[in-house]
Design a protein around this ligand. Structure first.
Ligand code: UDP
Ligand code: MG
Length: 310
């Protein structure tokens, strides 16, 4: 690599991607060469349990402009992405998945819009036919719910694939939080943003590591990182239930005064008790969710640990 810092930094988190990295290089490199700008491709090996690291090191021997950052263990995609962004040197930074679900040729649109004066160019999936029905539905529900309750709106169907200028990255680096919901973090910083559309392809090889439970936790992370609505809603639920209880209680008192005591209703009593018990537990659960995050955040641990960078 030359001493001059590159213009473009491609940032690519990899977790068990030994089949994909080679293909990725074969598709990405020609596109980058077409731009005629200097570049670096940063692979972050996020504690892969297969031969991703050795494959990457092999590729590095055959191609110029490749950096391999090895994290000390699996820190998760968001942390890996943060590591790559922190260590990138380019004037513009492009995070991209290694599975080629995001088409590398979009880089030309990114650069065009950057030259038009945009600080952020995001890629929006217009066609998600390659994703399963459940994934599409859950993604849609998530975006709707998140954007309704959170001040920071994340654009629908926009992933991490985007171009950001150095000043956007500097802004992101001022966000010290440990729990990194990157979509939210990217949106939070703002800047002049352009959306370009594309069709999302199926994975070229390997398997997605985001399924069911993991996606659910990811969604929880997103919502609790950028909104306190789930905490505040309990005030209103409590108010509503107390009001109802008061009205119902008054009705019972009046009825008793006027007509004497009824036979006690076991069924209604137990139903109300169980219902309220459940409601309280949900409230506690939501509290717990936030307290857990506060706890993790208060430890101030580093987001990732780099084992080697070369
Ligand atoms: N990834 C990672 N660490 C993880 C899980 C995933 O670095 O713990 C990387 C993975 O190698 C890929 C990207 O994150 O480059 C997106 O993962 P995946 O394709 O599994 O997610 P999906 O596209 O299904 O949302
Ligand atoms: Mg993928």
């Amino acid at each position: 690599m030359s001493a001059q810092p590159p213009v473009i930094s491609i940032v690519c988190p990899c977790f068990n991607e030994q089949e994909s990295v080679g293909l990725f290089i074969d598709t990405m490199l020609p596109e980058l060469e077409k731009t005629e700008l200097s570049f670096e491709i940063i692979f972050i090996n996020d504690g892969s349990r297969d031969n991703t690291l050795s494959t990457l090191k092999d590729l590095q021997k055959h191609h110029a402009g490749i950096r391999v950052i090895n994290l000390a263990r699996n820190f998760g995609k968001e942390a890996a992405l943060t590591a790559g962004i922190d260590l990138s040197k380019g004037q513009v930074i492009v995070p991209i998945d290694v599975d080629l679900q995001d088409p590398p040729e979009l880089i030309h649109d990114f650069i065009r819009e950057w030259n038009n004066g945009y600080d952020v160019v995001v890629a929006k999936r217009v066609d998600r036919t390659s994703d399963s029905f459940a994934k599409k539905l859950s993604a849609e529900l998530f975006y709707k719910f998140h954007n309704r309750i959170s001040h920071v709106k994340i654009p629908v169907n926009v992933g991490d694939y985007r171009l950001m200028t150095r000043r956007v990255v500097s802004a992101i680096q001022q966000m010290p939080e440990n729990q990194r919901f990157m979509k939210g973090i990217f949106s939070w910083v703002g800047f002049k943003t352009k959306i370009v559309e594309y069709k999302r392809d199926p994975r070229i090889a390997g398997e997605t590591s985001f399924n069911g439970w993991k996606l659910w936790n990811f969604a929880l992370e997103g919502i609790t990182s950028f909104s306190t609505a789930p905490l505040r809603i309990w005030l209103y639920i409590g108010l509503a239930i107390s009001t109802l209880a008061f009205v119902y209680g008054s009705a019972i008192v009046i009825k008793t005064l006027l007509f004497g005591i009824d036979a006690p209703g076991y069924a209604s009593l137990i139903t109300i008790m169980l219902f309220l018990g459940g409601v309280q537990l949900i409230g506690l659960g939501v509290l717990g969710e936030y307290i857990g995050r506060l706890f993790m955040e208060s430890k101030r641990r580093p987001i990732y640990i780099v084992e080697e960078d070369n």
